[in-house]
Write a protein that binds this ligand. Sequence first.
Ligand code: F6R
Ligand code: MG
Ligand code: MG
Length: 370
Amino acid sequence: MSKITVSLIKADVGSVAGHTTVADELIKVAESNLSEAKESGLIIDFRVFKAGDDLELLMTHTKGVDSEEIHRLAWETFEKAAEKAKELKLYGAGQDLLADAFSGNVRGMGPGVAEMEFTERKAEPIIAFMMDKTEPGAFNLPIFRIFADPFNTAGLVIDPSMHQGFVFEIWDIMEHKRVFMKTPEEMYDILALIGAKSRFVIKRVFPKPGGKLPEDEPVAVISTEKLYQIAGEYVGKDDPVALVRAQSGLPAVGEVLEAFAFPHLVSGWMRGSHNGPIMPVPFRYAKCTRFDGPPRVVAAGFQLSNGKLIGPVDMFDDPAFDYTRQKAMEVAEYMRRHGPFEPHRLPREEMEYTTLPKVMEKLKERFEEI
Ligand code: F6R
Ligand code: MG
Ligand code: MG
């Protein structure tokens, strides 16, 4: 059969009770628009999710990545949802739709995109991850752990078909450049880059040549859109999404999820300007209340069946993640006590909503040489 493309495209087009969560009315609008596209044969299957204030469209089709038809469908779905949001006077209605009209591809227009085309295996487990109140670099740590850290992924040591490692495609999102690097041999250099997560982000992971899976078909992909770079000013959060394939020569589903058992610090909490722990939660808890957070990650697990989505399984709906959530809240509490001080508040260069330049301007005349 032909290759399948899985596209996960998201935008914040309006939320209820401030930036807390997507209204059910918007989910209905999105579902009805995507149902029509399914009936017309444009897409094979879809699911609509909410992660905090982000509307998430998961679609399968055979049009390949960056397909104009699929991106148009996503854009028009967001536009319709934004219309509804305006009608209901939801908060930030239409905020991530940065262009007035669709022009061939949603990249650079506001929505975040993670999509990959591959040959569906005999059994194809895939997990869709969605984060709220954070930035694309928040995926660096877990994706590295999943595909390169033997203390996370036992298969890197034990499974002969994974033992050779993976290829990481890393983007410099400031300079708009990319580099392909191999694990395990270039692991330290990779970490030197991706530890600087506000600039270097993992975009895709590929199998190495000569293995069980085709080397040119990604096994993971992460959205890397930075809204404030696109708009030139702060307009909202670049809350990222990712797709990860699993099993049979790839990390097991449990190895993929294990990487989220540590609630690492990410940026993007309250006003896009604070560091805080990322908390893995079931979908019913994907609403950001405390100090507009703390940042969340949700995960929907599926089997693909000729492009049809069998699932979802709400992957973090498991007491096995209670300890992580508890730890996240301890860290959240500890970070919050810093108030406006770094490292809870982001370093100056990374502040998105900042009054600092204005404060500096105001005090210009009063600063004396010392
Ligand atoms: C939005 C977010 C929030 C807002 C904050 C202020 O996703 O993370 O923390 O930044 O609620 O929002 P405004 O400026 O819209 O009042
Ligand atoms: Mg919002
Ligand atoms: Mg959001």
